[in-house]
Structures are given as structure tokens and as C-alpha cells.
Write a protein that binds this ligand. Structure first.
Ligand SMILES: NC(=O)c1ccc[n+]([C@@H]2O[C@H](COP(=O)([O-])OP(=O)(O)OC[C@H]3O[C@@H](n4cnc5c(N)ncnc54)[C@H](OP(=O)(O)O)[C@@H]3O)[C@@H](O)[C@H]2O)c1
Length: 253
């Protein structure tokens, strides 16, 4: 490992499981100090111990980032605790599927609150620190990596509002990319296909069975595959911005 992020600071939302957990480990392996954000403090504490046991540095930041205040506090705690902010990975998310006409509207609100509002609030709070890092720190570049979805490229039945949030992530990312380009804050969106994580387990059994049946018997992505993608994006040279990457399991049609 080249430790290409030595001396830098990253904040990963949703670090308590799945893609965020693997990404925090990946960035720590590259030498970044990592702030671990999520609601399940016990999981974050275990992950921080794993990172420090391997010689890295991690800060546990328990937070529900669905309010602007909580998202801003998570960013401020990161900068206070680790000194600066070079990389934001906006990964926290929720996928509740089912037919739109009979949906529990509370489920829609929960997805919008974390997949869109949480991501945008955290980006808003982080931007001044990222601009500062890009201007003042040796790498002269900083990154926001937003985790969208294949469902943010294609809308699917049963996925109306999840898709709406992920289409929104794509739109927000592209507009922000244009706004920050000249300040060398790169904004990227990764759109994973199906990844083997806890994500679908928040749905009732009947919906989970539908998801499994719709996907068929394929080899899914692992969280590390997306962590590798994040690592690739944030270690490009300063003049290279990877704006968007769609990553599918090979067998996913
Ligand atoms: N798995 C897939 O097939 C797939 C495909 C495309 C895109 N994605 C996207 O990848 C991202 C990560 O999902 P995953 O697959 O790794 O699923 P996951 O294991 O369920 O991870 C979701 C993470 O989001 C965090 N989170 C949820 N609500 C939160 C809140 N209010 N405040 C702070 N953190 C919150 C969770 O932590 P706490 O519960 O501890 O708060 C958890 O760490 C999501 O944005 C998802 O939409 C996943």
C-alpha cells in the first residue's frame, strides 16, 4: 500500500456497516485519519479499534445526520478532533421498497431525510473546510464522494422514492461539481449495482424475497469493491476528476 492519503483527514457517513465500514478501512489503509459517523456507536467503536490496532487513527462521531444541526456538528467535531477535512464520503442511506400507491409515507420521509437531506446537509457543512484544505494543504485538492445508486440512473417499479432520492444525489453532485471545480474540490458520484450488505434487511420479508427474486442467482458486489472505487477516485492526481462511476456486478443485467 502506498499510503497516498498520509496526513489527510476523511469523514465517512454510515461507517457502522457495509460500504461505509469498508471505505473507512480502505482510507485508513491509505494513511488518512478517519472520522466515523453513524448512529450505532458500538459498531463505530469496534471499527475505530480495528483501525488503531492496524496503526491508523480514527475518531468516533456518533450522529443521526438527518438534521442540519447534527450534520454540521459531525463535521465540526471531525475538524476539531482531527485538525482539518480533505475527503467527505457521503455514504449513509436507507432503501425501503414497495409499491408507491400503498406506501407508508413515513418511509418516504425517512429515505428523503437521510439519502438526500443528510447528504446535502453534510456536504454544505463540509465545503468550507474542503475549500480550505484544497487551498492550504500540500495535496492542493479535496474530495466529496457521494454514494448514489444504479437506481439513480434507472427507475424501477417498487423503488419510486428510493430512485427519486438517488436521482437527486446525481443532480446535486453534478451541480456542486460545477460550483467547486475551480477551487479544486472534486465532487464525484458512485452508482453501485447490487452490493451484499444490510441495506435490504430493513424491508419486510416479503419485499426482501421480491428483491432476491428480481436479482436472480448472481454474484453480487462486496462492500470492498465500492471501497476500492472510492480509493481510486480520491487518489487521482490533482488535475483528474472522476465525476461519475457506475459499478455493477458482472452478472447484473
Ligand atoms: N447495498 C446495495 O446494493 C447498494 C447499491 C447501491 C447503492 N447503495 C448505497 O450505499 C450506501 C450504503 O449502504 P450499504 O449498502 O452499505 O447499507 P448498510 O449496511 O445498511 O449501510 C447504511 C449505513 O447508513 C447509516 N445510516 C442510516 N441512517 C443514518 C442516519 N440517519 N444517520 C447516520 N447514519 C445513518 C447506517 O448506520 P447506522 O444505522 O449506524 O446509523 C449504515 O452505516 C447507501 O447510500 C445505499 O443507498 C447500496
Amino acid at each position: 500500500m502506498n499510503r497516498r492519503l498520509e496526513g489527510t483527514v476523511a469523514l465517512v457517513t454510515g461507517a457502522s456497516s457495509g460500504i461505509g465500514h469498508a471505505t473507512a478501512l480502505e482510507l485508513a489503509r491509505e494513511g488518512a485519519s478517519v472520522a466515523l459517523v453513524g448512529r450505532r456507536e458500538d459498531r463505530l467503536t469496534d471499527l475505530a479499534a480495528e483501525i488503531s490496532g492496524a496503526g491508523g487513527k480514527a475518531l468516533v462521531v456518533p450522529a443521526d445526520i438527518t438534521t442540519a444541526q447534527a450534520a454540521a456538528e459531525a463535521v465540526e467535531r471531525t475538524v476539531e478532533g482531527l485538525g482539518r477535512l480533505d475527503t467527505l464520503v457521503n455514504n449513509a442511506g436507507l432503501m425501503l421498497l414497495g409499491p408507491a400507491p400503498s406506501a407508508d409515507l413515513n418511509d418516504w420521509r425517512r429515505m428523503i431525510d437521510i439519502n438526500l437531506m443528510g447528504l446535502m446537509y453534510t456536504a454544505h457543512a463540509a465545503v468550507p473546510h474542503l475549500v480550505k484544505a484544497a487551498a492550504e494543504e500540500p495535496r492542493q485538492v479535496a474530495d466529496i464522494v457521494n454514494i448514489g445508486s444504479l437506481a439513480g440512473r434507472n427507475a424501477y417499479a417498487m423503488s419510486a422514492v428510493y430512485s427519486a432520492t438517488k436521482f437527486g444525489v446525481g443532480a446535486f453532485s453534478e451541480a456542486l461539481r460545477q460550483e467547486l471545480a475551480r477551487q479544486h474540490v472534486r465532487v464525484s458520484v458512485i452508482e453501485p449495482g447490487s452490493v451484499d450488505t444490510e441495506l435490504r434487511t430493513h424491508n419486510p420479508d416479503v419485499i426482501q424475497q421480491h428483491i432476491v427474486a428480481a436479482l436472480g442467482d448472481i454474484e453480487r458486489l462486496q462492500s470492498q469493491d465500492i471501497a476500492d472505487t472510492v480509493g481510486y477516485i480520491v487518489t487521482r492526481p490533482r488535475h483528474v476528476a472522476v465525476a461519475e462511476l457506475l459499478v455493477r456486478p458482472t452478472e447484473q443485467a
